[in-house]
Design a protein. Structure first.
Length: 302
């Protein structure tokens, strides 16, 4: 089992978390959706155990960071205990929130991978059924070459081979899937099997619906690009260039000097250099964040 941003080995954290299961049970009650998120993220851990793991990870990371900064302070003969306490306090809630929301992050990534291949897989399933192939054999045929969709169908095929009825296998898969579009496809198949209607017609209807939703997402993404582009131009191009130019002109005319930055271990850095370096660091972080943000909102196009 992978624990995000854990400095200690997962086995050690899991062992220590067993002693805090009661606390984890109390915290898990505050997040009623956690059980569903863990199932959809394929994390085979109970909610109370996951919350206790999050607590142990946060505490251990906080202690390790604090101790590391204290050791650095002693080695450099600088009094940085307040920095150690500050970073330790910041690390505690940050790590805890990261571990708690990690299943949701995994589910979001899984949803994108599922929806990337959902329409072509559904078309292949429709072709198989229209050709007279039984549903089970059609499910076997799309258990490869369709990424995350094939992985989900392989799970269903494995369950059916082990003796689970098709309807139960479809129901379990829809409950475990984080993608609403994929669940709609499985619900449509299940409903057609229950009422005895034509599976081909049901699949045709859901494919048309999925294609319409995909077109709507693409149009919506295109409409969002204009304001995001303007925000990028403002913060990554206009403000840095004009802002730095105005800063240099104003400080030169008014003879203003930024105070030097005193280092904890002695010495200092010129304030102007610190400001310019800060601008560069801000631009790098902003551009990386912006590219990741825009890329994460881009709909999959098949």
């Amino acid at each position: 089992m992978m624990i995000p941003f854990a400095f200690l080995p997962p086995r050690l954290i899991t062992s220590a978390a067993k002693k805090l299961v009661a606390v984890g049970n109390f915290m898990a009650a505050m997040i009623p959706t956690l059980k569903e998120e863990l199932i959809q993220a394929d994390i085979e851990v109970a909610p109370r155990e996951w919350m206790s793991i999050a607590l142990v990870t946060a505490l251990s990371n906080s202690v390790i960071i604090t101790a590391l900064i204290v050791v650095i302070g002693f080695a450099s003969r600088a009094n940085i205990l307040h920095y150690a306490a500050l970073f330790g306090l910041i690390m505690l809630p940050t790590t805890f929130a990261t571990v708690v929301y990690y299943p949701r992050i995994i589910s979001t990534r899984k949803t994108r991978r599922l929806e990337n291949y959902l329409i072509p897989a559904a078309r292949q399933l429709l072709i198989e059924l229209k050709s007279g192939v039984p549903l089970f054999q059609a499910m076997v045929s799309i258990s490869n070459d369709y990424g995350e969709v094939s992985k989900e169908f392989r799970k269903m095929v494995k369950r059916i081979n082990s003796g689970v009825p098709e309807l139960d296998a479809l129901s379990d898969a829809s409950r475990e899937s984080p993608s609403f579009s994929f669940r709609k496809l499985l619900w449509q198949i299940s409903n057609a099997l229950k009422v005895g209607s034509d599976l081909g017609s049901a699949l045709e209807a859901i494919i048309v619906d999925l294609e319409r939703e995909q077109v709507d997402r693409i149009k919506k993404y295109g409409q969002e690009l204009s304001p995001w582009t303007m925000i990028y131009m403002m913060f990554a191009v206009v403000l840095p260039s004009l802002g730095v130019s105005l800063f240099i002109v104003i400080t030169s005319f008014l003879n203003i000097q930024l105070p030097d930055l005193t280092l904890p271990w002695g010495g200092s850095l010129p304030g102007t250099e610190v400001f310019l370096v800060g601008v560069v660091v801000f631009l790098i972080i902003f551009q990386l964040f912006f590219m990741n943000f825009v890329g994460s909102r881009r709909p999959m196009m098949v």
